[in-house]
Design a protein around this ligand. Structure first.
Ligand code: HEM
Length: 186
């Protein structure tokens, strides 16, 4: 299945991204540090979603609106008393000029909901957040995270119709990870 291939093909970048984030979480001492982390996600995912939605909408992904993350991140930043930062610029983002590349980028965003569950638990413990305030983005779809991921993978398998499509989606996913890594290391 294509989703097995893309998982393998992006594994190295996933590991690198995970390592950077775990490092950031371990050095987190205050709510401001957490706001800084949310700001990274807001700027990058927010810019990316604007590009993605030129090619993906309810016509090719029925529940696309439910999968948008930017407003949840903004709500979290505001719940912690901060203001949202600027979005990443075009040069800081992967090139998304067709729907296949948009699906490659969305694969990275949707996959982050799986790690998000782990991240939210780590932050909750680390910063002793008891009311869950400011954790909506990393909690992602809550107990629906697994079914939402499964249904996204089914669509992705249908979208990739030829080996050439598969290569375009994989390259876009890897570029999305690569530029996020640069963004996180700024
Ligand atoms: C501390 C940070 C992170 C941890 C601990 C983590 C952990 C995980 C785990 C446990 C899975 C599920 C693996 C499986 O079911 O086999 C996963 C999948 C995934 N994660 Fe992360 N993750 C992190 C950050 C991120 C971030 C920031 C992104 C995107 C920017 C991301 C993208 C993905 C993707 C695309 C998948 C799906 C892989 C597949 O195709 O099955 N992860 N992650």
């Amino acid at each position: 299945m294509f989703t097995d291939i893309i998982k393998e093909a992006t594994l190295q970048y996933h590991q690198q991204t995970e390592k950077i984030l775990v490092g950031k979480m371990k050095s987190m001492r205050s709510k401001q540090d957490y706001v800084d982390l949310l700001n990274y996600f807001y700027g990058y995912f927010g810019g990316l979603e604007n590009h993605i939605e030129r090619y993906i909408n309810a016509s090719n992904l029925a529940d696309y609106l439910d999968r948008r993350k930017t407003s949840a991140i903004a709500d979290d930043i505001e719940a912690l008393g901060a203001a949202v930062p600027d979005l990443a610029t075009d040069e800081e983002l992967p090139v998304i000029d067709n729907y296949l590349k948009a699906f490659g980028a969305l694969y990275v965003i949707e996959g982050s909901t799986l790690g998000g569950q782990i991240i939210s638990k780590m932050i909750q413990q680390h910063l002793h957040i008891e009311d869950g305030k400011g954790l909506s983005f990393f909690n992602s779809y809550g107990d629906q995270t697994e079914p939402m991921w499964t249904s996204f993978k089914e669509i992705l398998n249908d979208v990739a119709m030829t080996p050439q499509d598969e290569q375009i989606i994989i390259a876009a996913a890897n570029e999305t990870f690569a530029k996020f890594k640069v963004w996180l290391e700024r």
